[in-house]
Ligand binder design. Structure first.
Ligand code: GLC
Length: 747
């Protein structure tokens, strides 16, 4: 299949029509030229393949298959290998089901806990999200199945997602909302991206040239094709000109006549259309060539994998008095409907048709006693259920409450109204923990919740939405068959009002302003030194780890070098466990506002009791850089940085300073509005100011005396804040002198 030749043989009408789908899940064939149709389906944590009439929200049944942990859980594993295993399993299944592309991973940033789709996204931290996404994409595509990184970009809420605009500054876009996509493009080599429904600063993603061409293609050098989110197209001809390739779902009315019209009237350059058609033909060609006819899938093996992955993701948030793991001889009560009917996935386009989700109750069997405790479809307390639950808890040595967000509380298509658990669950937890001080809470949900009872409960295990095997995995974790090793990929604030997006979520009239800028998640809470329930990166284990011998291969470097970091990690406990070693970088002093620290590397390592392993990291320029709008690039300022190794952003165990020299000089254009203070930072500024100080140009003593007790601080402030233009008004320079001065400085 020679894509160039085929494209040249296609008529304008055929090319135009080819840019829209055949139906909900298939590309158009071009029978005349032997171009087949290929299928794409949702992911991202299972295969939602609709046999009959397709729809994009899972209303019509899809094939029965395996549902894995969702992204919110997967990210908590802090383990790229977890993502690789998932990507491989899904790649194998897509081959068996003749699906050419899987619509995932979801990479949007968790700006607010209220986003209804947070379960489908990885993190508040773009580096973690990008690394997990890239590992998944590499593995999936290793099986010949295209990934589709979504939703590109700034689709960080569900409210008015199809018509709204996310408004944010350049630095915030580049440092927070694009890097995960950048990693999946550059490292994961994703074969496609799905452009989001929303606009960015008023320009819809489906026709956003800056996003789809300037950044994606020209800067990131990607040859990926871009598909719309389902129904995201606004003006298809404008979209193609901006770098969009495929409108989905397309269907019988999507004949491409707009494109034909635009080419004929000259508003769309046919060469742009040809690039689009070539990218789509290349996708079909790759899919055909990498097709493995006869591939099969062993779904029992997949279920075993789903159970293992869920065990890697759950986060042991609290474990006072080592209440966990449970002992076999303890009398244990499982309380809460989710023990019997686990909540394990989210509603919407990612919803997988699961024949049977394994519950903790069926896994534990007769080893436990049970009480339903609440009705998951209500948030009103049922007094009889509550009473029965309390009585049951009293009979047990340990009461394990399975709580969390019901389906109705978080879903694609709608944001959450608040951050609370259902009232009946909070009441149950309070009552049971009063009846039995040995109470454990197991949480299910795709996003943080408020924990009013946290101080009354000695142990909390967060399973997130852990996939169809979450019940079995939870029992493995509760009884210590698996040692919890998950770490939070997002902050759990004490109350919603503490969240940095609180005043600007979900926006008004379809416009949401990211006023918090780069200060998202732990970048905000740490900068404000604000207490939280559980911080980013937090996670306990049934063992403990010690960190020593932090070594850097150099104590100073430039932004063109790399820095190799090594640290020894030892398991000092009595059981095997896994450590999520996190490396943060802190810029000690900065000319711009920067977070206290930022995650720049991580590794998950398994250690037997007493075992020591040396973990190595390699840092490049990006570990120290921030996005500088003055040069429209990532920029490293010279100075001291600190390499920090820890088990969360607030549990730093060992640090080492390092000097970094930035080799890029920022453009400095002097204008009449440049202040004396700014001028002192100009390469020639100091000398010029010195001369001016010696001349009468800056002598202000007489004036400030007349302003009363001219304090040094006032003098300093007044002087540094004078803009050059004022010197003419103060009679210190003539207009010509000022003009010559500016010309000299800009030479
Ligand atoms: C939905 C989702 C997207 C999904 C697509 C197809 O609206 O936003 O994630 O892949 O449509 O179902």
């Amino acid at each position: 299949m020679n894509v160039q030749e085929i494209m040249q043989q296609m008529t304008l009408e055929e090319k135009a029509a080819f840019c829209s789908g055949h139906d909900f899940w298939h590309t158009k064939a071009v029978e005349r030229l032997g171009v087949p149709s290929v299928m794409m389906c949702d992911g991202p944590h299972g295969l939602r393949k609709q046999e009959g009439e397709g729809d994009h929200l899972g209303i019509n049944k899809s094939i029965e298959t395996v549902c894995y942990p969702t992204a919110a859980a997967l990210a908590s594993s802090f383990d790229r290998d977890v993502m690789r295993k998932l990507g491989e399993a899904l790649g194998q299944e897509c081959q068996a089901e003749n699906v050419a592309m899987l619509l995932g991973p979801g990479l949007n940033i968790k700006r607010s806990p209220l986003c209804g789709r947070n379960f489908e996204y990885f993190s508040e931290d773009p580096y973690l999200a990008g690394e997990m996404g890239a590992a998944y994409v590499q593995a999936l595509q290793g099986h010949g199945i295209a990934a589709c990184a979504k939703h590109f970009a700034c689709n960080d809420q569900e409210t008015l997602r199809m018509s709204g605009s996310s408004n944010l500054d350049e630095r915030t876009l580049r440092e927070i909302y694009l890097p995960a996509f950048e990693a999946v493009v550059k490292k994961g080599k994703t074969r496609s991206l799905m452009c989001a429904y929303n606009a960015i600063n008023g320009t819809f993603c489906s026709e956003n040239k800056m996003l789809l061409t300037d950044i994606l293609r020209n800067e990131w050098k990607s040859d990926a094709f871009v598909v719309t989110d389902w129904g995201a197209i606004k003006d298809q001809a404008k979209g193609v000109a901006a770098g969009l390739d495929l409108e989905m779902p397309g269907g019988p009315n999507a004949t491409g006549e707009e494109i034909v019209e635009a080419v004929k009237t000259g508003t769309l350059d046919e060469s742009d259309l040809d690039k689009t058609v070539l990218r789509l033909l290349q996708f079909v060609k790759d899919s055909v060539e990498q097709r493995r006819p006869g591939a099969t899938i062993d779904r029992d093996a997949c279920r075993k994998l789903a159970r293992k992955l869920a065990g890697e993701c759950a986060v042991l948030m609290k474990n006072e008095g080592s209440l966990l793991p449970l002992k076999e001889n303890q009398k244990v009560a499982f309380i809460g409907e989710f023990a019997d009917k686990p909540r394990y996935q989210g509603a919407g386009s990612s919803h997988i048709n699961v024949p049977h989700a394994v519950s903790a109750l069926e896994t534990a069997g007769n080893a436990v006693i049970y009480a339903r405790g609440y009705d998951a479809h209500s948030d009103v307390t049922d007094e009889a259920m509550l009473k029965e639950a309390v009585e049951t808890a009293k009979k047990a040595d340990v009461a394990v409450i399975f709580a969390g967000l019901p389906d109705a509380f978080e879903t694609e298509g709608a944001d959450r109204d608040h951050m609370r658990l259902p009232d009946n669950q909070n009441e149950l937890i309070k009552a049971v923990s009063q009846a039995n001080p040995h109470t454990v809470v197991v949480l299910h949900g795709g996003s943080p919740v408020e924990l009013p009872w946290l101080h009354d409960v000695p142990a909390v295990l967060c399973a997130y939405l852990g996939g169809e095997q979450v019940g079995a995995a939870t029992v493995d974790l509760l009884y210590g068959k698996v040692n919890p090793s998950g770490h939070l990929a997002e902050t759990w604030p004490i109350r919603l009002q503490d969240n940095p997006s609180y005043l600007n979520f979900p926006g008004e009239e379809g416009v949401v302003t990211y006023a918090e800028g780069i200060f998202v998640g732990y970048r905000y809470y740490d900068k404000k030194e604000m207490p939280v329930n559980f911080c980013f990166g937090h996670g306990l284990s049934y063992t403990q780890f010690e960190y020593a011998n932090l070594k850097l291969d150099k104590d100073s470097l430039t932004d063109q070098d790399t820095l190799t970091v090594s640290v020894d990690v030892k398991n000092i406990g009595s059981v095997a466990g896994k450590a999520a070693v996190q490396l943060y970088v802190r810029d000690v002093e900065s000319a711009v506002r920067r977070p206290v620290r930022e995650l720049r590397a991580f590794e998950k390592i398994a250690l037997q009791p007493g075992e020591i392993k040396t973990v190595m990291f390699t840092l490049d320029k990006r570990a120290f850089a921030y996005w500088e709008p003055k040069c429209h690039d990532f920029f490293v300022e010279s100075g001291e940085y600190v390499i920090e190794i820890g088990e969360s952003c607030r549990d730093i165990r060992i640090t080492q300073p390092v000097q970094v020299e930035g080799t890029i000089e920022l453009p400095f254009t002097v204008t009449v509005n440049t202040t004396i203070g700014q001028l002192l930072k100009h390469p020639k500024g100091k000398e010029i100011i010195g001369n001016m100080m010696r001349s009468s140009a800056l002598s202000h003593v007489d004036q400030t005396d007349s302003m009363g007790e001219g304090s040094e601080r006032m003098m300093q402030g007044m002087m540094m804040g004078i803009q050059l233009g004022a010197l003419v008004s103060y009679g210190r320079l003539t207009r010509k002198q000022l003009k010559d001065l500016i010309a000299t400085l800009n030479a």
